[in-house]
Design a protein around this ligand. Structure first.
Ligand SMILES: [Ca+2]
Length: 272
């Protein structure tokens, strides 16, 4: 677990490289989709955090000029617009729908929403260690879930950003915004979308300090203020965020939601 890429962001705490022992577990093959989340909502009447507070973060290129002018922006990340009415079922705000996107990853879900889905489904979020071991697909210290080259033989392996962030996305990989899950090939463990598409919540509180010693089933810090997210998203580009690398990590407030953040489920493996 962990990495020592020379181009990592030091404050992210990717290193040191360390050995982690995990009990058998299972991971969702893809991030949870809009269709799956809809089944949960239909069964429970659940309302997400974004629906309750009335807004979520939407990438500036996905809102119209009028909305862009009048919305608040995030200091240091002005491409995030605070859009009233944006939610998992209306990802760009009023008027937007999930038509043609039912098999895309659910977005605009905060950490509590992800936990609520898991509780309903009888599963849980992966620990960060479980997430990373799965994402690596059996490769040892490779840069990506499929190997060391971003586009082997010129073929895109994940949905990230091509062009000039944050204004011009040339869509070379086929998608601006989210893509249907499993559009790209799986890794060695059969997992899709562990790089790019949407960030994925993990169960752990975030820390950027890790002991180098071997550990078993590390659960992360006992407390914290931000939760770990992994995998990078359709907005990642090496000019600004090269966190589609498999050792890369980031964090977010548990009550934060946005159009590039979803989750994947995990479960103990009862069969051992
Ligand atoms: Ca893309």
């Amino acid at each position: 677990m962990g990495g020592d890429d020379p181009d990592k962001n030091v404050v992210d705490g990717e290193g040191p490289v360390r050995e982690v022992i995990l009990s058998p577990y299972r991971l969702g093959r893809t991030p949870v989709t809009n269709r799956q989340f809809q089944q949960f909502v239909e069964a429970t009447g659940y309302r997400t955090g974004a629906e309750r507070i009335g807004w979520s973060f939407v990438f500036h290129l996905f809102v119209d000029e009028e909305t862009r002018k009048r919305t608040q922006r995030v200091r240091g990340a002005p491409w995030w617009c605070v859009v009233e009415g944006a939610s998992w079922w209306s990802p760009e705000g009023p008027g937007s729908t999930l038509e043609d996107r039912w098999l895309h990853p659910v977005t605009h879900v905060d950490h509590m929403d992800a936990l609520a889905f898991c509780s309903w489904a009888g599963v849980r979020l992966p620990t960060e260690a479980e997430w990373e071991a799965g994402a690596r697909g059996g490769l040892v210290q490779a840069r990506f879930p499929w190997g060391d080259e971003l586009t082997p033989d010129g073929v895109h392996q994940c949905n990230i950003w091509q062009g000039t962030f944050p204004t011009v996305n040339t869509r070379d990989d086929g998608y601006i915004g989210t893509s249907p899950v499993a559009t790209y090939p799986p890794n060695g463990y059969g997992l899709h979308d562990v790089a790019g598409n949407v960030w994925e919540w993990c169960g752990d509180w975030f820390t950027n300090r890790h002991a180098a010693e071997r550990s078993s089933n590390p659960p992360g810090p006992a407390r914290g203020t931000e939760k770990v997210m992994r995998g990078g998203s359709h907005m990642c580009h090496d000019s600004y965020c090269n966190r589609y690398r498999v050792a890369a990590r980031s964090k977010n407030d548990p009550d934060s939601s946005s159009g590039n953040l979803g989750f994947r489920i995990a479960a103990d493996d009862a069969t051992g």
